[in-house]
Design a protein around this ligand. Structure first.
Ligand SMILES: Nc1ncnc2c1ncn2[C@@H]1O[C@H](COP(=O)(O)OP(=O)(O)OP(=O)(O)O)[C@@H](O)[C@H]1O
Ligand SMILES: [Mg+2]
Length: 229
Protein backbone atom coordinates (compact mmCIF):
# COMPACT_ATOMS: atom_id res chain seq x y z
CA UNK A 1 0.00 0.00 0.00
CA UNK A 2 3.00 2.28 0.58
CA UNK A 3 6.15 2.16 -1.48
CA UNK A 4 9.14 4.40 -0.88
CA UNK A 5 12.01 4.41 -3.30
CA UNK A 6 15.39 6.09 -3.18
CA UNK A 7 14.22 8.76 -0.76
CA UNK A 8 16.65 11.58 0.02
CA UNK A 9 15.91 14.27 2.61
CA UNK A 10 17.99 17.28 3.63
CA UNK A 11 17.67 20.15 6.09
CA UNK A 12 19.32 22.92 4.11
CA UNK A 13 22.78 21.57 3.39
CA UNK A 14 22.53 18.79 5.97
CA UNK A 15 21.72 15.62 4.05
CA UNK A 16 19.91 13.39 6.59
CA UNK A 17 18.21 10.59 4.63
CA UNK A 18 20.35 8.89 2.01
CA UNK A 19 18.33 6.82 -0.44
CA UNK A 20 15.79 4.85 1.54
CA UNK A 21 13.64 2.07 0.07
CA UNK A 22 10.77 0.80 2.19
CA UNK A 23 7.43 -0.94 1.66
CA UNK A 24 4.34 -1.41 3.78
CA UNK A 25 1.79 -3.99 2.73
CA UNK A 26 -1.92 -3.70 3.54
CA UNK A 27 -2.53 -4.41 7.23
CA UNK A 28 1.14 -4.68 8.04
CA UNK A 29 2.73 -3.34 11.22
CA UNK A 30 6.20 -2.16 10.29
CA UNK A 31 8.74 -0.99 12.83
CA UNK A 32 11.74 1.26 12.43
CA UNK A 33 14.55 1.01 14.94
CA UNK A 34 17.86 2.81 15.12
CA UNK A 35 20.05 4.97 17.28
CA UNK A 36 19.41 8.61 18.17
CA UNK A 37 19.89 10.87 15.19
CA UNK A 38 19.57 8.05 12.63
CA UNK A 39 16.83 9.99 10.83
CA UNK A 40 13.77 8.01 12.00
CA UNK A 41 11.63 11.04 12.83
CA UNK A 42 12.70 12.77 9.63
CA UNK A 43 11.55 9.74 7.66
CA UNK A 44 8.10 9.67 9.32
CA UNK A 45 7.64 13.43 8.92
CA UNK A 46 8.54 13.15 5.25
CA UNK A 47 6.00 10.39 4.71
CA UNK A 48 3.39 12.52 6.51
CA UNK A 49 4.13 15.41 4.14
CA UNK A 50 5.60 17.72 6.80
CA UNK A 51 8.99 17.74 5.09
CA UNK A 52 9.49 17.78 1.33
CA UNK A 53 12.13 15.29 0.21
CA UNK A 54 15.05 16.38 -1.94
CA UNK A 55 14.33 13.46 -4.26
CA UNK A 56 12.81 10.00 -4.43
CA UNK A 57 9.39 8.44 -4.74
CA UNK A 58 6.51 7.84 -2.33
CA UNK A 59 3.60 5.88 -3.75
CA UNK A 60 0.40 5.18 -1.86
CA UNK A 61 -1.85 2.54 -3.39
CA UNK A 62 -0.07 2.91 -6.69
CA UNK A 63 -0.40 6.70 -6.82
CA UNK A 64 2.51 9.11 -6.37
CA UNK A 65 1.92 11.26 -3.29
CA UNK A 66 5.35 12.80 -3.00
CA UNK A 67 5.16 16.55 -2.33
CA UNK A 68 1.48 16.43 -1.33
CA UNK A 69 0.44 18.66 1.58
CA UNK A 70 -0.19 17.01 4.99
CA UNK A 71 -3.92 17.92 4.86
CA UNK A 72 -4.30 16.22 1.51
CA UNK A 73 -2.46 13.13 2.74
CA UNK A 74 -4.71 13.14 5.80
CA UNK A 75 -7.72 12.98 3.50
CA UNK A 76 -6.13 9.90 1.91
CA UNK A 77 -5.92 8.33 5.38
CA UNK A 78 -2.41 9.25 6.53
CA UNK A 79 -2.18 9.93 10.27
CA UNK A 80 0.93 11.07 12.11
CA UNK A 81 1.48 10.93 15.87
CA UNK A 82 4.61 12.98 16.62
CA UNK A 83 7.36 12.12 19.08
CA UNK A 84 6.64 15.16 21.32
CA UNK A 85 3.22 13.89 22.57
CA UNK A 86 1.80 17.41 22.27
CA UNK A 87 -1.90 17.80 23.00
CA UNK A 88 -4.04 20.93 23.35
CA UNK A 89 -3.27 21.21 27.08
CA UNK A 90 -5.98 23.70 28.05
CA UNK A 91 -8.75 21.92 26.18
CA UNK A 92 -10.56 18.99 27.69
CA UNK A 93 -9.75 15.46 26.58
CA UNK A 94 -13.05 15.30 24.72
CA UNK A 95 -12.46 18.69 23.06
CA UNK A 96 -9.13 17.39 21.77
CA UNK A 97 -10.98 14.60 19.99
CA UNK A 98 -13.79 16.93 18.91
CA UNK A 99 -11.28 19.26 17.23
CA UNK A 100 -9.89 16.42 15.15
CA UNK A 101 -13.43 15.33 14.32
CA UNK A 102 -14.34 18.82 13.07
CA UNK A 103 -11.13 18.90 11.05
CA UNK A 104 -11.99 15.72 9.20
CA UNK A 105 -15.75 16.25 8.94
CA UNK A 106 -16.49 13.30 11.23
CA UNK A 107 -19.36 13.33 13.76
CA UNK A 108 -17.84 14.05 17.19
CA UNK A 109 -19.79 11.24 18.85
CA UNK A 110 -18.35 8.73 16.39
CA UNK A 111 -14.76 9.95 16.91
CA UNK A 112 -15.24 9.95 20.67
CA UNK A 113 -16.64 6.43 20.86
CA UNK A 114 -13.72 5.17 18.77
CA UNK A 115 -11.27 6.75 21.22
CA UNK A 116 -13.07 5.37 24.27
CA UNK A 117 -13.19 1.95 22.69
CA UNK A 118 -9.42 2.14 22.40
CA UNK A 119 -9.02 3.04 26.07
CA UNK A 120 -12.17 3.12 28.22
CA UNK A 121 -10.48 5.24 30.91
CA UNK A 122 -10.60 8.22 28.55
CA UNK A 123 -14.27 8.50 29.43
CA UNK A 124 -13.38 9.16 33.10
CA UNK A 125 -11.04 11.94 31.96
CA UNK A 126 -13.37 13.44 29.39
CA UNK A 127 -13.70 16.86 31.06
CA UNK A 128 -10.11 17.01 32.30
CA UNK A 129 -7.72 19.48 30.59
CA UNK A 130 -5.57 17.25 28.39
CA UNK A 131 -2.42 18.83 29.87
CA UNK A 132 -3.23 17.09 33.15
CA UNK A 133 -2.96 13.61 31.62
CA UNK A 134 0.13 11.49 32.22
CA UNK A 135 2.54 10.97 29.32
CA UNK A 136 1.05 7.58 28.55
CA UNK A 137 -2.51 8.85 28.64
CA UNK A 138 -1.53 11.71 26.35
CA UNK A 139 -0.04 9.25 23.88
CA UNK A 140 -3.24 7.21 23.97
CA UNK A 141 -5.30 10.37 23.42
CA UNK A 142 -3.14 11.20 20.40
CA UNK A 143 -3.57 7.71 18.98
CA UNK A 144 -7.32 8.02 19.59
CA UNK A 145 -7.30 11.33 17.80
CA UNK A 146 -5.43 9.81 14.87
CA UNK A 147 -8.21 7.24 14.44
CA UNK A 148 -10.74 9.98 13.63
CA UNK A 149 -12.25 9.69 10.18
CA UNK A 150 -10.93 6.92 7.98
CA UNK A 151 -7.30 6.23 8.85
CA UNK A 152 -5.41 3.96 6.45
CA UNK A 153 -1.79 4.43 7.46
CA UNK A 154 -0.82 5.28 11.02
CA UNK A 155 2.68 6.75 11.49
CA UNK A 156 3.67 6.77 15.16
CA UNK A 157 6.95 8.17 16.45
CA UNK A 158 8.23 6.50 19.65
CA UNK A 159 4.89 5.82 21.38
CA UNK A 160 6.45 4.38 24.53
CA UNK A 161 9.34 6.83 24.94
CA UNK A 162 9.72 7.97 28.54
CA UNK A 163 6.81 5.87 29.82
CA UNK A 164 6.69 3.58 32.86
CA UNK A 165 6.66 -0.16 32.21
CA UNK A 166 3.02 -0.60 33.19
CA UNK A 167 1.90 2.12 30.76
CA UNK A 168 4.07 0.65 28.02
CA UNK A 169 1.93 -2.48 28.37
CA UNK A 170 -1.23 -0.38 27.89
CA UNK A 171 0.24 1.04 24.68
CA UNK A 172 1.27 -2.45 23.61
CA UNK A 173 -2.26 -3.78 24.13
CA UNK A 174 -3.75 -0.86 22.20
CA UNK A 175 -1.40 -1.37 19.26
CA UNK A 176 -1.96 -5.11 19.38
CA UNK A 177 -5.73 -4.57 19.33
CA UNK A 178 -5.48 -2.48 16.17
CA UNK A 179 -3.28 -4.96 14.28
CA UNK A 180 -4.44 -5.80 10.76
CA UNK A 181 -7.25 -3.19 10.89
CA UNK A 182 -4.97 -0.71 9.12
CA UNK A 183 -1.30 -0.28 8.22
CA UNK A 184 1.37 1.06 10.53
CA UNK A 185 4.87 2.43 10.52
CA UNK A 186 6.06 2.77 14.10
CA UNK A 187 9.39 4.10 15.29
CA UNK A 188 10.15 2.34 18.54
CA UNK A 189 13.17 1.76 20.75
CA UNK A 190 11.53 -0.66 23.21
CA UNK A 191 12.57 -3.98 21.74
CA UNK A 192 10.08 -6.00 23.75
CA UNK A 193 7.27 -4.03 22.10
CA UNK A 194 8.92 -4.26 18.69
CA UNK A 195 9.52 -8.00 18.74
CA UNK A 196 6.01 -8.80 20.01
CA UNK A 197 4.28 -6.78 17.30
CA UNK A 198 6.43 -6.49 14.20
CA UNK A 199 5.50 -7.97 10.84
CA UNK A 200 8.66 -6.39 9.45
CA UNK A 201 11.51 -4.41 10.98
CA UNK A 202 13.79 -1.91 9.31
CA UNK A 203 17.02 -0.94 11.03
CA UNK A 204 18.16 2.61 10.28
CA UNK A 205 21.64 3.98 10.70
CA UNK A 206 22.92 7.37 9.61
CA UNK A 207 20.05 8.00 7.21
CA UNK A 208 20.05 4.58 5.58
CA UNK A 209 18.28 1.27 6.02
CA UNK A 210 21.04 -1.13 6.94
CA UNK A 211 18.86 -4.16 7.59
CA UNK A 212 15.36 -5.40 6.77
CA UNK A 213 14.00 -8.21 8.93
CA UNK A 214 10.96 -10.17 7.74
CA UNK A 215 11.82 -13.69 8.79
CA UNK A 216 9.62 -14.91 11.68
CA UNK A 217 12.45 -16.30 13.79
CA UNK A 218 14.50 -13.14 13.43
CA UNK A 219 11.60 -10.79 14.15
CA UNK A 220 11.54 -12.01 17.74
CA UNK A 221 15.32 -12.07 18.21
CA UNK A 222 15.80 -9.24 20.72
CA UNK A 223 19.51 -9.91 21.11
CA UNK A 224 20.17 -9.46 17.42
CA UNK A 225 18.28 -6.17 17.41
CA UNK A 226 20.06 -4.92 20.51
CA UNK A 227 23.33 -5.04 18.62
CA UNK A 228 22.05 -2.28 16.34
CA UNK A 229 21.00 0.10 19.12
N1 LIG B 1 14.79 20.70 11.86
C1 LIG B 1 16.02 20.24 11.70
N2 LIG B 1 16.99 21.01 11.14
C2 LIG B 1 18.25 20.55 10.97
N3 LIG B 1 18.65 19.31 11.31
C3 LIG B 1 17.75 18.51 11.87
C4 LIG B 1 16.40 18.92 12.10
N4 LIG B 1 15.73 17.88 12.66
C5 LIG B 1 16.62 16.90 12.80
N5 LIG B 1 17.82 17.25 12.31
C6 LIG B 1 19.04 16.42 12.27
O1 LIG B 1 18.76 15.31 11.42
C7 LIG B 1 19.32 14.10 11.95
C8 LIG B 1 18.21 13.08 12.13
O2 LIG B 1 17.30 13.55 13.12
P1 LIG B 1 15.97 12.75 13.48
O3 LIG B 1 15.25 13.58 14.49
O4 LIG B 1 15.27 12.39 12.24
O5 LIG B 1 16.60 11.45 14.14
P2 LIG B 1 15.89 10.30 15.02
O6 LIG B 1 16.40 9.01 14.48
O7 LIG B 1 14.44 10.51 15.06
O8 LIG B 1 16.54 10.55 16.45
P3 LIG B 1 15.91 10.30 17.93
O9 LIG B 1 16.07 8.83 18.21
O10 LIG B 1 16.78 11.14 18.82
O11 LIG B 1 14.48 10.75 17.92
C9 LIG B 1 20.02 14.49 13.24
O12 LIG B 1 21.38 14.69 12.95
C10 LIG B 1 19.37 15.79 13.62
O13 LIG B 1 20.26 16.61 14.34
MG1 LIG C 1 13.12 10.84 16.56
Amino acid sequence: MLEISQLHVAYGHAHVIHGIDLVVKPGEMVFIVGRNGAGKSTLLKTIAGLIKPASGGIRFEGRSVVGEAPEKLARSGFRFVAQDKKVFSNLSVRANIALAAHGSGTPVEQAWSKAVQLYPKLDEFRELPAGRLSGGQREILLIGRALTGTPRLLLIDEPTEGLAAIVIEDIFRILNGMRHTLSFIIVEQNLSVVTRLADRIYVMKEGQIIREITHRGELTDTAQLEAYL
